[in-house]
Design a protein around this ligand. Structure first.
Ligand SMILES: Nc1ncnc2c1ncn2[C@@H]1O[C@H](COP(=O)(O)OP(=O)(O)O)[C@@H](O)[C@H]1O
Ligand SMILES: [Mg+2]
Length: 636
């Protein structure tokens, strides 16, 4: 691919120029070393070439075979400085999944062949089946192996342009050379390569065809490496024999302290840059249409979804400790609440206590779900951003696969909670319906929590920030659920806000469910309202008053039936409510499902936003400084 950078200038707030009038034309098959001191703008230039995280205002542009980035993006491989991949998978699995996305046309066997080829080429055979791991946390493959896997991920698709940001950092010289040798082979097959490189050995450096020397965001030299040493000495730079050329180049950029030397040095640098201009301009062709290169075909949406689903399942399986911890946490919370509210009696006080117990179970489920997801997603964010920017899949496919697997998990934990807490507390076990409804409500609550947790963790860059936002979202659930103050007694805007609370509908549904009992024919209200509290154990009614409760109610026990209990809790006048208890429960569950859908859609929205933000709203080639006559086909 032919890449033309035209007077690219990037200015950030405060007027600082990260790049200033950078020009270069890279021909197909060229292997260009991008060099310069730290902070020279190398990463910024590479990022610009793939339209990533471009800050500030931009002038000039970049074209690829005379086309805009959008049309060729899937033919570009970018090896970032950070090695971003799934840490729970092995290098072979990481490469295989990449192959499934990038080479959907090939059969499984052919994809495997490509993966094995990359593994052999990059010398990964030894570690191919070891889990990648994360440095300092989970032991896995070595730094060099991570780096080579990272390069491998970009080679799978046989890109037409390969950009590498410090691919050799952290590798020993032999490894660096073998890596660059492989990259050179790729270049020889017609792939254009641009690699930033830090202190390369002479051998590694000699594999490159050209060097782009950046200093303070400006081009100091761009041209062939061949004969560069002679040119430097001709220009009057000191070139002691034995000093490797890469080192000489960095020395050249180092400005001497103020004085005559400095002026002299500036002049030499200007002459060096002049050399650039001539080499830059006489480059043979700039083809407006470019040599035709079909955009790499990626897997279709359904295929993406299937691959992502499979990968997410493997990922969850590997993350077993996390799942186990969450399961144990669910059981522990259920056990604690169950033991505190153990075997509630059927008196008037227990009616209120049943409300509290239901609320606590709902609340704990919601909170654990939020925290579990908010803790886990930020680690995957980097992989998600890398892969979507590399156009491996659509963000929505990632989200759907994730939600599908998460829904299964979130629906499993409440089974444990119900199995432990329900019988311990002695909640309504009149029929299986009651228990199933309770479970169903808890499962939706858990999913709502996960959806909110995902929204938060997709919106912010780190776990720390996500975790500091969570309490702000949990508190309203506590205050506006109608437990402390009935929702209709809340002042505005809290009353209005309570309509958005998961806890509100969940409590209404669980409590209505708790007090849905069959009518007790033997329970004669005339008799039992005034009956002796000592005979409560013989009462056929749902509830019975203690002596104290009866006395406080003026000698008449007001709560005998489940309906009395709901009236006592003022839960017979809730919104939404139906003609029967079943209807009321269904309406509240429907409200919960609507909230769940809303949160899930918002989660997708936030994910798309963070994707767009990272990919940058602007596309560089939109602003061409090239005359239209020269470059008529550039898309606008
Ligand atoms: N968004 C930004 N705002 C301001 N300065 C930035 C921003 N991004 C990078 N920089 C600065 O731009 C300079 C070039 O960065 P970079 O391209 O990463 O350098 P390097 O050549 O080491 O890869 C650095 O001094 C860095 O601090
Ligand atoms: Mg850098």
């Amino acid at each position: 691919m032919n890449v033309s950078v035209d007077s690219l200038t990037i200015t950030v707030a405060g007027g600082r120029k990260l790049l200033s009038e950078v020009n270069c034309l890279v021909q197909p098959g060229d292997m260009v070393a991008l060099m310069g001191p730290s902070g020279a703008g190398k990463t910024t230039l590479l990022n610009s070439m793939v339209g990533r995280s471009i800050m500030g205002s931009v002038s000039g542009g970049i074209s690829y075979n005379g086309k805009s980035l959008g049309t060729v993006r899937s033919n570009i491989g970018y090896v970032t400085q950070d090695d971003i991949m799934y840490e729970t998978l092995t290098p072979r699995e990481n490469l295989s999944f990449a192959a499934s996305f990038i080479l959907p046309k090939l059969g499984k066997a052919q994809q495997k062949e490509v993966v094995e080829d990359v593994i052999n080429k990059l010398n990964l055979a030894k570690c191919a089946d070891t889990v990648v791991g994360s440095p300092g946390l989970v032991r896995g493959i070595s730094g060099g192996e991570r780096k080579r896997t990272n390069v491998g991920l970009s080679l799978i698709g046989k890109p037409a342009l390969l950009l590498l940001d410090e691919p050799t950092s952290g590798l020993d010289s032999k490894m660096s050379d073998s890596l660059m040798k492989d990259v050179k082979t790729v270049a020889e097959q017609g792939c254009t390569v641009v690699a930033t490189i830090h202190q390369p050995s002479e051998l590694v450096f000699s594999r490159f065809d050209k060097v782009l020397l950046l200093a303070g965001g400006q081009t100091a030299y761009y041209g062939p490496i061949k004969g560069l040493r002679d040119s430097l000495s001709n220009l009057g730079f000191l070139c002691p024999l034995g000093t490797p050329l890469p080192e000489l180049l960095l020395d050249v950029l180092e400005k001497p302290a103020a004085g005559a030397d400095r002026e002299e040095h500036e002049k030499k640098l200007i002459n060096l840059r002049a050399l650039t201009d001539s080499t830059g301009k006489d480059t043979t062709v700039f083809s407006p249409g470019g040599s035709e290169m079909p955009a790499a075909r990626r897997a279709g949406f359904c295929k993406q979804l299937a691959i992502l689903f499979q990968r997410e399942a493997v990922n969850v399986k590997r993350n077993k400790p996390l799942t186990v911890v969450r399961a144990v946490q669910s059981i522990a919370a259920a056990l604690l609440i169950g033991l505190i509210f153990v075997q509630l009696e059927r008196n008037m006080t227990s009616i209120q206590v049943r409300l509290f117990a239901s609320f606590l179970l709902v609340f704990a489920q919601f909170m654990f779900a939020i925290l579990g997801v908010a803790n886990a997603f930020p680690a995957e964010r980097a992989v998600f951003l890398r892969e979507t920017q590399d156009k491996l899949y659509h963000p929505a496919a990632f989200y759907l696969a994730k939600v599908a697997i998460d829904t299964v998990l979130q629906s499993l934990f409440p089974i444990l909670v119900v199995a432990v807490a329900y019988p311990l507390i002695g909640l309504n076990g009149e029929s299986a319906d009651r228990v199933l409804w309770f479970y169903f409500i808890m499962a939706i609550v858990s999913n709502c929590g996960a959806a909110v947790g995902f929204m938060v963790s997709a919106a912010v860059p780190s776990v720390t920030i996500a975790l500091s936002i969570v309490p702000g979202l949990v508190m309203p659930q506590l205050l506006l659920s109608g437990i402390f103050i009935k929702v209709e007694d809340l002042v505005q805007p809290f009353n209005a806000l309570s309509y958005l609370m998961v806890a509100r509908y969940a409590v209404q549904a669980t409590v209505t469910n708790e007090f849905s009992c069959s009518a007790k024919q033997d329970c004669d209200a005339q008799v039992w309202r005034v009956a002796d509290p000592n005979q409560c154990s013989a009462s056929p009614c749902d509830f019975c008053c203690t002596a104290h409760e009866k006395l406080a109610s003026g000698g008449i026990c007001p709560t005998l039936t489940c309906d009395d209990a709901l009236r006592f809790l003022a839960l017979d006048e809730i919104w939404p409510s139906g003609d029967t208890h079943e209807e009321t429960i269904s309406y509240n569950v429907a409200a919960l499902l609507i909230l769940l859908l809303f949160f899930r859609l918002q989660g997708l929205n936030v994910l798309m936003m963070s994707y767009r933000k990272a990919t940058t709203g602007r596309c560089l080639p939109c602003r061409f400084s090239r005359p239209a006559a020269v470059n008529s086909e550039v898309s606008v």
